[in-house]
Write a protein that binds this ligand. Structure first.
Ligand code: VAH
Length: 333
């Protein structure tokens, strides 16, 4: 990767990836794009930013060619809960946007590197729920999952037929403090940290006992960079590698928070739609092939993530003048 174009760069993953790649490759070698250009946004202010609706193929191709990119990282898409509310729009955006991104990569030139995330949502309820294999039956029962498994096939097709260097991962739920996620099912595991500091309590929309794979954002960003720089001769798989750092259910993340906020109160107000989505996903997937083929190795477990989230969010709230019932400058390990 020398010159990278990112779509969806204002999102939960895109904002942190843009910051990392600007550090790694140099500010001028990262073209961040998104459908809007907000004021006072670090991703917009701290480097090259362009407005792009990924459904506008001509604009997409123009930006890629003008900047002579050698890598496209395509993150613009709707997440699971929003996609379930607007399935037709989700198909058009997720698949139309992905098709445009792959066509631009093909047009830009053979060997163009390409990344678009899949998700544990690509699995369905008939997959083995624990230690879910990399290669198994894929019958997702959500529109988001249908777009993810379709996307995996499309990315393999563009690699095999046109030589686009497509690589991707099945992300678990991602937890971060910089930019809030939007419209996901795993987002309860982000919301809980915000509410723990603000109110010392949280009502989860996912029920106790519901296990899902999760990962701290730093490990997700490291995984993207490591995969994109991996020796292609080692890759047996391409789209998409299972990756995960931990699997937990709401009572376990609550217990991790209670280590630092003993009077934290956990409650439940289960959302049947997102609970139904979560029930169709695995409890814990197997990431052996990512470890074998490109040395995937996450650094954060649940307690280390909790400690980092509480400190980082406390600082963010203080800078933004957000009132909290508790805050942390540091935590003793
Ligand atoms: C979602 N955070 O909840 C996303 C992710 C594995 C979940 O794809 O939709």
């Amino acid at each position: 990767m020398k010159k990278v174009m990112i779509t969806g760069a204002l999102g939960q993953i895109g904002s942190e990836l843009a910051e990392r790649l600007r550090r790694d490759l140099g500010v001028d070698n990262v073209i961040a794009t998104d459908i809007r250009k907000p004021e006072n946004n670090p991703t917009v202010e701290n480097g090259h930013f362009e407005i792009l609706d990924v459904q506008d193929y001509d604009k997409f191709l123009e930006i890629a060619k003008t900047n002579k990119v050698d890598t496209i990282i395509h993150l613009a898409a709707l997440l699971s809960a929003t996609a379930e509310q607007r399935p037709a729009f989700a198909w058009n955006l997720n698949m139309g946007g992905l098709m445009n991104a792959l066509e631009v990569a093909r047009e830009v030139g053979e060997g163009t590197k390409f990344f678009a995330p899949s998700s544990i949502a690509a699995y369905g309820p008939d997959a083995q729920p624990d230690n879910t294999p990399q290669d198994t039956v894929m019958h997702p029962t959500t529109m988001y999952g249908v777009t993810k498994v379709s996307g995996e096939m499309l990315e393999n097709y563009y690699h095999d037929k046109y030589g686009v260097d497509t690589r991707s991962v099945r992300f678990p739920g991602l937890i971060s403090y910089k930019v809030e996620p939007g419209g996901g099912t795993t987002d309860y595991a982000v919301d809980i940290y915000y509410e723990a500091l603000k109110n010392k309590s949280y009502k989860s929309f996912i029920d106790k006992g519901t296990y899902m794979d999760m990962m701290y954002m730093d490990d997700a960003i490291d995984a993207i960079v490591k995969l994109m720089n991996a020796d292609p001769s080692r890759l047996v798989h391409r789209n998409a590698f299972n990756i995960t750092a931990m699997a937990f259910e709401p009572e376990q993340i609550a217990a991790s928070i209670k280590r630092r906020i003993p009077d934290f109160e956990m409650g439940y107000d289960v959302d049947p739609v997102r609970q139904g989505i979560a029930n169709s996903w695995p409890n814990a997937i197997d990431a052996t092939d990512a470890k074998t083929e490109w040395d995937f190795s996450p650094n954060y477990d649940l307690d280390k993530m909790t400690d980092e989230m509480l400190v980082r969010l406390s600082k963010k709230f203080a800078e933004e003048g957000v009132e909290t019932k508790v805050s942390f400058d540091t935590v003793e390990s």
